[in-house]
Design a protein around this ligand. Sequence first.
Ligand code: NAD
Length: 277
Amino acid sequence: MTESTRIRGKVVVITGGARGIGLATATALQALGARIAIGDIDEATAKESGTARGFEFCGKLDVADPSSFGNFLDEVERTLGPVDVLINNAGIMPTGKLVDEPDQLTRRILDINIFGVILGSKLGLSRMLPRGSGHIINIASLAGETHVPGLATYNASKHAVLGFTDTLREEYRGTGVHFSSVLPTLTNTELGSGVTAPALLRAAEPEEVAAAVVKLIISPKSKVRVTALAGFISRVVGLLPEAVGDRVGRALGSGHVFLDDVDAEKRKAYEERARRG
Ligand code: NAD
């Protein structure tokens, strides 16, 4: 069976699909014949991006709001039919030291990056389980298996997504519903604006993450790391004794990439959007 025959006709929902990794993934899947629904808190950009590419459904979605998420999925299913694949991609990444992070922002990161993923997985499952088929793909991050100064709450949220997704994979084993996590390295989207990847670890392009998601849908597995090199380093560092691993992390620049090295001017617009929604 070819790539496109495994994907053609599938109804795929992508949260946070107005731009970045979500939009690249929607575009790649549509090219293989999937029927795409994107939802985003930024409705205007979702409609603009979706209409330009001919996606079958684009609408307003706040993943942190249960009624918004439930209504969105109901509307997608009424329009396109049962959801085959749900990609919980929406996420925010404010940077800075924890003491400077207002409580409201801490709550917002957890609401979108964790509660939104849990809610989406629950809503997706309740639709997929009775049909005995479906695939829920949660976009985590390599920050979910590492620790990076300047990203403490974000790190916590992505660690949570990995533990959550692995647990569901076991809890629903044999039901026909698959669970996968995607762990991108720093990727060239607005979320990473003003941040420069260390020399050894180039940033990924959103299309590379999209290609990894396509492969996951064709052949489900528990997780995929992007890029392969960053994923390999992340796993090796995780196996080292803590003090050695921390030293390797610091040698790779982890101590300043998301703090002193950030170009605040280039990052300003993103930080404002992430805080505002
Ligand atoms: P992005 O900012 O380019 O796009 C994210 C989209 O999510 C935006 O369109 C935004 O409006 C939307 N969104 C935010 N809050 C929302 C909400 N409450 N409900 C619905 N939509 C909402 O970011 P991206 O880089 O494409 O990130 C996508 C995912 O990939 C995130 O989960 C992010 O944590 C993860 N990720 C990104 C990188 C990176 O470096 N770019 C690396 C690893 C993981």
